[in-house]
Ligand binder design. Sequence first.
Ligand code: 13P
Ligand code: SF4
Length: 352
Amino acid sequence: PASDPTLLERARVAKEKLGDRLFILGHHYQRDEVIQFADVTGDSFKLAQQAAARPEAEYIVFCGVHFMAESADILTTADQKVVLPDLAAGCSMADMATASQVDQCWADLEASGVADDVLPMTYMNSSAAIKAFVGRHDGVVCTSSNAKRALDWAYERKGKVLFLPDQHLGRNTVVREMGFDLDDCVLYNPFKPNGGLTERELRDAKIILWRGHCSVHGRFTLDCVEEMRRKDPEVNILVHPECKHEVVEAADYVGSTEYIIRALADAEPGSSWAVGTELNLVRRLANEHPDKNISFLDRTVCYCSTMNRIDLPHLVWALEELVEGRVPNVISVEPGEAAAARKALDRMLALP
Ligand code: 13P
Ligand code: SF4
């Protein structure tokens, strides 16, 4: 349990013993019991930037989910080992685009005669194999904090973009921030022949969205927004762009986890906020800002269950294994795949 003083002490002791050989990264959705041990906390963009910040550290313990640990492995040196304290910490959205599905999609685009005009790009929340596919086709990775810049970059190059795997981030960004119409986007369903689209739809679309989503952010509905506004007409609705388009359209502010943290830090004392993102983060922010009225946008409890798999017992286990000279749960991307994925990640990191 979170309050177990023995575990807290064991984590402190192991961390101290490992000293500079250890670098712990923690995503904002992690539990409080874990995030307190992170050397750096951040959203997925900041953590990708920070992964390479400590080349002298032998071990990067990644408190987050699998695709983030893969990206850290790609961005660090060959000698550094990336450890994910629980291998079951995946991401259901990342699992919604497999390499063979994306290969099939590309074959469909080729058969429709449009592949040469399409630039593929992927949200960070995807496997290394998908990032490698994108890298091999001159595309770019994005996160929720730079999706507009990456989409601008991609659209300028080809005038047609395949956006993987989060349909909501793609749609919300092009419609809200880039002035596209909903009709400029089509939805590619990997479970249907030709994605469920006609050749003409593929030819005419400016943005081809992949049919993936985040099940955590998908829980927020227009009803939640309306109920909050009925209860408190002054409330500010602040949501993550992984939420559905209608929710994002009805919100007052939209942005990545880092944006949400900054918005609440800058908010006026006494102001009211209903926040649509993962619950560990919303609860932490409510505790950090007792002078502001911060609540969760959904009526029910909604953690990211895979982020939550990294708990204090798993962290302590991983750190104590490292102290004993064993390196558990290493996340290692095959070098050829890593090199291709790195191209797409580097393009993102070099965006203006
Ligand atoms: P950001 O860290 O980019 O805000 O993304 C949220 C998320 O869902 C991470 O899995
Ligand atoms: Fe994946 Fe959603 Fe969890 Fe983020 S919050 S790790 S997108 S399931």
